[in-house]
Design a protein around this ligand. Structure first.
Ligand SMILES: [Zn+2]
Length: 170
């Protein structure tokens, strides 16, 4: 159903999260810090792929490295490229091609929207809002961003996964 794309977001200890993405070919894991509202930023970036803009970027602070996801729409697909820069402090505004391209995949938007929504829901199931805030520290669980992405995915992707069927009374 998800075309081999897998994504997970796992809180680790205090103020860190393991962000893992894999397709049938390669896997990438980054340990992301709470210096940014990282999960919220990712949910907003993926949700942006349902609007008029053709490309979205989201940066994660690895202290000190920066990892940047560039998401670009290609018809009904999304090209995902992950770049790494040695130092967030100096690279924040650097062009993508100054970074090292370390993972890429092209996937249907419906698949990306699905796996990111499910991963965020799993975080909420595991920790709850209070547990999330306790672990992540600076930022609350991005419930509004998750609701928004779920709504766009259900509305526009015709996802056949049972959790994504819009019930008649909603
Ligand atoms: Zn779905």
């Amino acid at each position: 159903m998800t075309g081999g794309l897998r994504f997970s977001w796992e809180l680790r200890g205090s103020g860190w999260a393991a962000c893992r993405i894999a397709d049938g070919r390669a896997e990438r894991t980054d340990i992301v810090s709470y210096c940014t509202d990282a999960l919220s930023d990712l949910l907003h970036a993926v949700a942006g792929l349902y609007g008029a803009a053709d490309s979205q970027r989201v940066s994660f602070d690895l202290e000190p490295a920066e990892v940047r996801w560039r998401l670009r729409r290609r018809g009904t697909d999304v090209e995902i490229i992950i770049y790494q820069f040695p130092d967030t402090f100096t690279s924040w505004n650097a062009p993508d091609d100054e970074g090292t391209r370390c993972w890429h995949s092209t996937q249907p938007r419906s698949t990306l929207g699905h796996v990111v929504t499910e991963a965020a829901e799993a975080v909420l199931r595991t920790h709850g809002e209070a547990g999330y805030l306790e672990k992540w520290g600076q930022h609350s669980f991005p419930s509004a961003a998750l609701d928004n992405l779920r709504r766009l995915h259900q509305r526009d992707d015709a996802c056949r996964h049972e959790n994504c069927q819009v019930s008649a009374d909603s």
